[in-house]
Design a protein. Structure first.
Length: 412
């Protein structure tokens, strides 16, 4: 029970136990980890000038970056940077308004058309972040009486969208088509079904069984939404993602992507039939009530898309590097999750051991993200490869990992 006190006039007086901030003061987990030298978050990186490909600056040191989602190594590409600089020169630093009102520029409209064509859809809508795109689309497109059937391992932005939605939600075990079919069978005939999956799962790096999903979904008239945040730039003959890789791009009813990974910027998009996109443009609250993406970010995406199309060798090199890393780690007894994408996750069961490992790797000049439950089903050393990495980088990473894991007594 809350203990609030009031004085004789009936006014509430502050007391230790009714302060909203109390939970913040009691939240000591980060400071405990800091004191133990195991805190891995909010490392502060410096400018990239003078760094070799695959490197970033951390204080006075340069470290190898194996935690970035800049899969095609385009953040520092001269054409991408120049496009952003020119956009600021021509349009200024922001739009100061929602797309619906004063915030639409010709470059937004052009990019939306390019993105729609890229993923074989009639139209697209751009959001301020990928998170917003998922949250907005899932919550705006569903109503009471609909049902959302989701893979169990969805990204937080999709989960938030589902939570915000008035639709009923069912989750099937990760990539388990038998369980998925049972969920479909459980839907009453009058419920409208919306199926949500990632193309490439962000933590595990595996590819969704989109073939199973579409085959089972079709007889139910269900609509399929695929989040290609980690597929775009990495998979498919043109880099359009997992659905393209599987020959199923045209079977996806809605394709979502972010700009914060292969597209070297920030923002996100959703592409589908024109009517669906027009509906979102007028009803998705995070779109209607939020300022539009600034010119530099939009121009960077346009340039990154162009480079992606012109230089497919980046994608192929990235995939070869990731496969080499998977093979090398596997042959040394590490528990690498199987896959064929840029994400190479290594299972390290013990949470403390994982934090220690990441700290020790950083001391050796290698940055890798630790992923702790519940962000993934298992604790993972989530190595992410980019087109900047070479065989030499892989060799250094593997040699260091073997030595450091051995020194820490980490089980493989
Ligand atoms: C699968 C997936 N969807 C959506 C997002 C959100 O994208 P953004 O970082 O562009 O907001 C992420 C980001 O990590 C992601 O991994």
């Amino acid at each position: 029970m809350r203990s609030s006190t009031s004085d004789i006039s009936g006014k509430r007086k502050a007391s230790g136990s009714n302060d909203l901030f109390e939970k913040c003061r009691a939240f000591t987990r980060p400071s405990e980890l800091q004191a133990a030298g195991l805190y891995m978050y909010f490392e502060v990186f410096g400018e990239r000038d003078g760094c070799a490909p695959g490197e970033v600056r951390l204080g006075k040191r340069k470290v190898m970056m194996f935690g970035s989602n800049d899969y095609l190594d385009l953040i520092n590409h001269p054409k991408v940077k120049e496009a952003a600089i020119q956009a600021i020169r021509k349009y200024g630093s922001g739009c100061s308004g929602s797309r619906l009102l004063n915030g639409t520029l010709d470059m937004h409209v052009k990019l939306e058309a390019e993105l729609a064509a890229f993923v074989h859809k009639q139209a697209a809508i751009i959001f301020g972040t990928g998170f917003q795109a998922n949250y907005a689309a899932l919550s705006a497109l569903t109503e009471k009486g609909d049902v959302m059937i989701c893979d169990h391992n969805l990204h937080a932005s999709l989960v938030e969208g589902a939570l915000r939605s008035p639709a009923r939600t069912m989750r099937f075990r990760h990539n388990d088509m038998e369980h998925f079919e049972r969920c479909l069978e459980n839907c009453p005939p009058d419920e409208k079904i919306f199926i949500v999956s990632e193309g490439v799962f962000s933590m595990e790096g595996d590819i969704a069984d989109l073939e199973g999903i579409t085959k089972l979904a079709k007889p139910y008239g269900a609509r399929v939404y695929v989040d290609e945040a980690h597929g775009i730039g990495v998979l498919g003959p043109t880099g359009a993602g997992a659905a393209e890789h599987l020959g199923l791009l045209d079977d996806m009813d809605i394709v979502m992507g972010t700009f914060s990974k292969s597209l070297a910027s920030v923002g996100g998009f959703v592409a589908s039939e024109r009517d669906v996109i027009d509906y979102l443009k007028h009803t998705a609250r995070p779109f209607v009530f939020s300022a539009s993406l600034p010119p530099a970010s939009v121009a960077a995406v346009g340039a990154a898309l162009h480079v992606m199309k012109q230089e497919p060798e980046r994608r192929l090199h990235l995939l070869r590097t990731a496969q080499l890393l998977r093979d090398e780690l596997g042959s040394r007894g590490f528990r690498v999750l199987p896959g064929e994408t840029a994400i190479v996750p290594v299972v390290i069961e013990d949470e403390l051991a994982l934090c220690r490992l990441c700290k020790a790797l950083l001391a050796e000049g290698i940055y890798i993200n630790p992923v702790l439950r519940p962000a993934a089903a298992q604790n993972l050393l989530r190595i992410s490869c980019t087109a900047a990495h070479t065989e030499k980088h892989v060799d250094r990473l593997v040699t260091t990992l073997v030595r450091v894991a051995g020194a820490l007594g980490i089980e493989r």
